[in-house]
Design a protein around this ligand. Structure first.
Ligand code: ADP
Ligand code: MG
Length: 703
């Protein structure tokens, strides 16, 4: 790869006229060291001052621009001791008072910079003050000056303490428009996009796009400029994803897992229930994938209880029938145990041998399991991600099923590779992933979706209530318990010292309920700071109906199956995402009894969002996908891109919650076309793209 030759973009910001040492220090706090960095400090929003009106025709309460002559300048201290500068504005048409005043608070410079009789341009909002209009703290510059702060779409930037917005805007203006006798540095920004693509997609050249994004000539040009920057960012993302996928498909070699139709039909017929159409379709897709030597990378999405584990178990049977092994990995020990029970039940008559590998397995059992996996004697193992990924050697791992960890990375996939054989990978998740994300950041995975729940599942009657209603909720909950049913009470945090908000905590709630409204019930506390053993014991006691009520944080895991639990009360519901509420709610309604969820929130402003949990479509509650999409729109992508540790966060320009489908499609096509001729981005004309892919990958730790 050739290093790009040095340009002005590599110069320290001080090289820009007007930026001194002090300013450079402030800019450094924003991560800006070079002029190039500065150019990529993009506006967060714009003030639209492009509406220009004569001073006497200013309208109240909207942003606009006018030109006026400075009349008398007065200064005084307000009652609160603040300096106020007041300028009488004269109409340039007749030099008479316009009746409009401009006032500034605490801004000494106005008096120093402007003098009586000067023609100035002002932008801002006018408001009525008694009977005259007044512009408060308008932006202002001499009327014969270039439009930087007034009279146009004006960019607004993220600042840091001590940095003046006017200064930052001025520097960026210099960078994109140039200074007297200096060409703008933006013109040196290298355009890495192959020209053919730029032309076909009708994109602005990069320097022009940057200029329009900082100082738009019109709103339409701004949109064009942003489209160009978004295109680049998405293209680079798509290239990285496609390369990763191609590498995986080319270098990895998986065993062909095949079994006869007759066998498969027998297994399905032997299940204690009829598969849903969705399960059958997903299974067909998986079966086709694992019959090839290209390793499968498939994501199986389906609501809690939609029957994903069953589909995975069928795939595992094909693996075993083909002489390979299968591993099923869960995020927690409890879930691993549950999967183990499901598999044991499904494999009861004539199925393969299954063992459970968790940290509670005795040392000698563990040795035995590991040995039998290495020798190939044991067909199927169920365990936690950590245990299976890190410490196990298989004879031939044909299929790895990974539950609830959809960002399962390449590094982990590589660890699963044994003796030159790569397993087929099936990721299962109950976290519905919105389309805009499956078309972008998850594009390297194939998708199977279980849309329906098995027949006979009950809708969970859901209500949103304020905390004032709780005195009625608790006796109602007691009635259900008296009926032999069980209840969950979920809170957003463990104890009152977590976070600075006032939402209910598990510990307080537990103490209050036990001493008061739920006195006499068999009630226990469950949260993430309890030792794992104690947590498991509590959960087990609840599953065994030794406990009636569980006060818990969200450690009540995804997928936990307690069919006798019918009541879910979620306190501080405004703290949770809709997809998360949906999953929590899925802890109940797993048996044949009528189940209920009560979402308690004192945040009236949030109640519309929470109502989505109650909303019906075609007589059915919104499914996890609809709720996830709603969440994405309201709360952003953070929830889907996973935990902060992974560093996966919003992209810089593209808003993942609102990706233009056309842009997603175009960049995907172009990425494939580029890689079709140059799979490793080795060609000189792709050097810039290769660097960009690497940088994006590092930044988002996507590897
Ligand atoms: P998921 O993993 O998607 O949460 P599971 O595969 O664990 O769902 O299935 C949830 C429960 O539903 C299990 O008890 C399973 O045996 C049962 N189940 C799965 N598929 C069906 C079906 N088609 N009909 C009836 N019950 C089913
Ligand atoms: Mg499951």
């Amino acid at each position: 790869m050739t290093a790009r030759s040095k340009t002005s973009l590599d110069l320290k910001v001080e090289a820009l006229p007007g930026v001194g040492t002090e300013s450079a220090k402030l800019l450094e706090r924003l991560g800006i060291r070079t002029i190039g960095d500065l150019l990529w400090h993009l506006p967060t929003r714009y003030l639209d001052f492009s509406n220009i009106r004569p001073v006497r025709q200013l309208l109240a309460d909207r942003e606009q621009t006018t030109e006026a002559i400075v009349g008398s300048i007065g200064q005084r201290r307000t009652a609160r001791g603040q300096m106020m500068t007041e300028v009488e504005l004269l109409d340039p048409a007749d030099l008479r008072p316009s009746g409009v005043k401009a006032t500034w608070f605490g801004r000494q410079f106005i008096k120093e910079r402007f003098r009586e009789g000067q023609l100035i341009r002002l932008s801002g909002k006018a408001t009525w003050f008694g009977r005259s209009l007044q512009l408060s703290n308008p932006k202002v510059e001499p009327a014969d000056a270039e439009r930087v702060h007034t009279g146009r779409m004006v960019p607004v930037y993220k600042l840091t303490e001590g940095l003046k917005e006017g200064h930052l805007r001025r520097w960026l203006h210099t960078a994109v428009e140039g200074a007297p006798k200096r060409s703008p540095v933006v013109s040196e920004v290298p355009d890495e996009l192959p020209p053919a693509i730029r032309e076909r997609r009708e994109l602005l050249p990069l320097p022009e796009a940057l200029k329009e994004v900082h100082f738009p000539s019109t709103e339409a040009r701004l949109i064009e400029g942003r489209r160009r920057l978004a295109f680049d960012e998405l293209l680079v993302l798509q290239l990285g994803l496609a390369q990763r996928r191609a590498r995986w498909q080319r270098d990895a070699k998986a065993p062909k897992l095949l079994s006869s139709d007759a066998l498969v039909r027998d297994w399905i017929a032997g299940l204690p229930f009829t598969l849903t159409a969705g399960q059958l379709a997903a299974f067909d897709e998986i079966r086709a994938d694992i019959g090839r030597t290209i390793p499968m990378s498939r994501l199986l999405e389906g609501d809690v209880g939609s029957g994903k584990t069953v589909v995975a178990a069928l795939a595992a049977r094909i693996a075993v029938a083909s002489g390979a092994q299968a591993a099923l990995m869960a995020p927690t020990e409890l879930l691993a145990e549950q999967h183990f029970r499901t598999l044991t039940m499904l494999f009861a008559n004539g199925g393969p041998a299954v063992r459970l590998l968790t940290s509670s397995v005795t040392a000698s059992d563990r040795r035995e399991i590991l040995a039998s996996l290495a020798s190939g004697e044991l067909d199927v193992v169920v365990g936690t991600h950590a245990l299976v990924v890190e410490g196990v050697e298989f004879k031939t791992l044909g299929l790895a099923v990974v539950d609830e960890q959809h960002r399962f990375g390449v590094r982990q996939r590589t660890t699963l590779r044994e003796k030159g054989v790569d397993p087929h990978l099936l990721l299962t998740t109950a976290t519905p992933i919105p389309r805009t994300l499956t078309q972008t950041i998850y594009r390297d995975l194939d998708l199977s979706v279980l849309k329906e729940l098995p027949a006979g599942r009950q809708d969970i009657r859901t209500e949103v209530r304020p905390p004032e209603a709780l005195p009625k909720v608790w006796p109602w909950l007691r009635d259900h318990v008296a009926n032999g049913e069980q209840a969950f009470i979920v809170t957003p945090r463990i104890d009152p010292s977590d976070g600075d908000d006032s939402s209910p905590s598990a510990i307080e709630t537990f103490d209050e309920l036990r001493a008061g409204p739920l006195k006499g019930l068999r009630i226990a506390l469950l949260h993430g700071r309890m030792p794992a053993k104690e947590r498991d014991a509590t959960m087990r006691a609840f599953a065994a109906r030794e406990l009636e009520v569980l006060v818990a944080t969200t450690v009540v895991e995804v997928g936990i199956d307690v069919p006798n639990a019918t009541v879910m009360v979620i306190l501080g519901a405004e703290r949770f995402g809709l997809a998360q509420l949906h999953q929590l709610r899925g802890r109940v309604g797993r048996g044949d009894k009528r189940s209920f969820a009560v979402l308690v929130s004192d945040d009236a402003s949030d109640s519309e969002r929470l109502q989505a949990m109650v909303e019906l479509k075609d007589g059915k509650p919104l499914d996890g996908f609809a709720l996830a999409q709603r969440d994405l729109e309201i709360r952003g992508a953070g929830e889907f891109l996973g935990d902060e540790q992974s560093g996966v966060d919003e992209l810089r320009i593209v808003d993942l919650k609102d990706v233009d489908p056309r842009l997603a499609r175009e960049t995907a096509e172009d990425a494939d076309a580029i890689l079709g001729t140059d799979p490793t981005l080795e060609r000189p004309e792709h050097a810039g793209l290769a660097v960009a892919v690497e940088a994006l990958w590092r930044r988002y730790a996507l590897a």
